[in-house]
Write a new protein. Structure first.
Length: 294
């Protein structure tokens, strides 16, 4: 092999390595952004409540609603990514999330804050997070995926650690609105860098199971909402100042309702699959390799 050929091969290898680094940084930044939003405002709740003319309970409700929307739509978001392509779903999710952050940064009252923070950002996160998992698998070889997933998860852990610091610093010296304005800038940067990501297109053209999407959202939403309010209501026995349903905390009832609806959801998915229709989630995905076929 000639020296020029070696040089060309080295340059190509260097370019591929640089491209892989940019892809990994982009996906890690997406994970960082999603996690940051859940932790950054915890130290600024009172200030945010005062600025938008509501109570601390109202802002806590907005944070809860963001998590609820994200969790309830996660399965549907993953399916939409399979339908339109994960890269496109990731980009659309960033646009929706950025619009939500911009709306939140300008919110004059609680309803606008709920729309931007809880709804738009929740929908964006439901598209982004499943896409990150698929795009890591589609952009890295099998032997490199564990390290890539580890670095993406580490970005989320860093966001949990620095979120309160960022929120406290901005609230003290500037305004909490700067946090969400900064999220808009980060979302735009992710969109620019996302052009280097290779898509992970589906092998077939799946269809959206609307009934399954509704059942999964209701089941997951009920379960997650009950868990999120457990500190206020209690797990089984209701707290002294909390509500009581038939002598028990609403948490346990919501969890039971959520689990029942999720069971109905998987029965519905199995029925669709047995009739040759496209399910939202294939039930056999939940079986381990050692589980006997049913």
């Amino acid at each position: 092999m000639t020296e020029s050929a070696v040089t060309t091969a080295d340059a190509a290898t260097s370019a591929r390595a640089k491209g892989a680094t940019i892809v990994l940084l982009t996906l890690a930044a997406g994970q960082f952004l999603m996690t940051l939003d859940s932790s950054v405002m915890n130290v600024s709740i009172a200030t945010v409540a005062k600025d938008v003319g509501t109570t601390v309970t109202g802002i806590q409700g907005a944070i809860t609603a963001y998590t609820l929307v994200m969790a309830a739509l996660m399965i549907t978001g993953a399916k939409i990514g399979a339908m339109i392509g994960r890269k496109r779903a990731f980009a659309i999710g960033c646009v929706i999330y950025g619009c939500g952050s911009l709306t939140t940064s300008l919110a004059p009252n609680l309803p606008v804050l709920l729309f931007g923070w809880s709804f738009l950002e929740g929908v964006g996160a439901a598209l982004i997070l499943p896409s990150i998992v698929a795009l890591v698998a589609g952009n890295f070889a099998t032997e490199r995926r564990p390290a890539a997933y580890g670095l993406v998860a580490a970005a989320g852990a860093v966001a949990v650690a620095v979120g309160p610091l960022v929120g406290g610093f901005c609230t003290t010296y500037f305004s909490w609105r700067w946090v969400f304005a900064g999220e808009v800038v980060l979302a735009l940067a992710i969109l620019v860098l996302a052009r280097r990501i290779s898509d992970a297109p589906p092998e077939t053209r799946p269809h959206l199971d609307v009934v399954g999407a509704v059942l999964s959202a209701l089941g997951l939403g009920s379960l997650v909402f009950g868990i999120l309010r457990s500190s206020e209501w209690g797990w089984i026995q209701p707290k002294a100042d909390g509500p009581s349903w038939a002598g028990l905390s609403p948490t346990v009832w919501l969890a039971l309702i959520g689990l029942f609806v999720i069971w109905v959801f998987f029965r519905w998915e199995a029925r669709r699959e047995s009739h040759g229709e496209e399910p939202l989630v294939r039930p056999e995905m939940l079986r381990t390799a050692s589980s006997p076929a049913v």
